[in-house]
Design a protein around this ligand. Sequence first.
Ligand code: FA5
Length: 326
Amino acid sequence: MDDISALVEAAIAELAQARSTADVQAVEVRYLGSKGSLQALLRTVGSLPREERPAFGARVNAARDELTRRVAERRAELLRTERDRQLETETVDVTLPGVPIPAGRVHPLSATVRRLKSVLIGLGFAFVDGPELEDYEHNFAALNYPEEHPALDEQMTFYIDDHRLLRTQTTALQGRIMDHRKPPFRIATVGRCFRYEAVDATHHHTFHQVDAFMVDQGVSLADLKGTLKQFASAMFGGDVHVRFRPDYFPFVEPGVDYAVHWSGRWLELGGAGLIHPNILENFGIDSEIYSGFAFGLGLERIHMIQQGVTDLRLYLENDLRFLRQG
Ligand code: FA5
């Protein structure tokens, strides 16, 4: 019995000296743990005379209850002081200026794509992606380019091998659609194109185009003109003037280039025309019944015209001073 009292006293003294909850934890383990002193005392019960055992057991239990209570009290006390100390030393000065987190923004070309998509979707076109790694068939042959035709030279091409190339124009999607779809349809696409060209302020080896085409019964140049006028109005403002002049592309007949009047000048946007009957026939579409129009334009060009940007190379350089201006 004396051992029990001595043990309780020693534990109480140690608790009083504990300076942290970790110290309390150590005392708890030492006295109350499964390998602790009280447990060890309990194990000696067998060596006592039978009649003394109940009283001894009761005393050990009482000692355990008391120590458990004191441990909890001391822990709570120390937790409070620890928290007070923490609050004192870790106060945040809410009047200090914050650290600004720089916000990203949409790339000017992405913003332009978003706008023109909403305009063309509003005009009934569905957007479809084509591959950047194209084949000769879709980029040229299916588009009515005769072999060895000078028009091929106009679009200097990065060839990967005898058949595959980096697409020079998003018009390459036409054949991929007509391969498996029957008219009527209105399709548009936007993406990167590549040409083996000397880079200057208005030309790049990597640039973006938008193409749109529709095939239905009775589609005429008037539809093309109306659509492009609508498109230009939505992109550049209601009263913008659009100009068409004859031009040649193997996949349209007649072909035109078109321009918008902006800041007192005519600025060329791209090419357009009625889809050549050869193309329709090659894909099994009866050109006596169906006709279509197509147009394609440079994406950078739209933004350049709108914002007065004079160097197309800026769109690929990721210079933050340019990008931050939207
Ligand atoms: C074409 O690519 C035709 N596929 C357009 C077309 C589609 C005509 C459907 C008829 C029917 P062109 O090579 O002119 O046409 O290019 C169209 C536009 O793409 C140009 O007006 C220009 O804005 C842009 N473009 C062409 N080459 C480059 C280049 N190297 N760098 C930047 N933009 C370019």
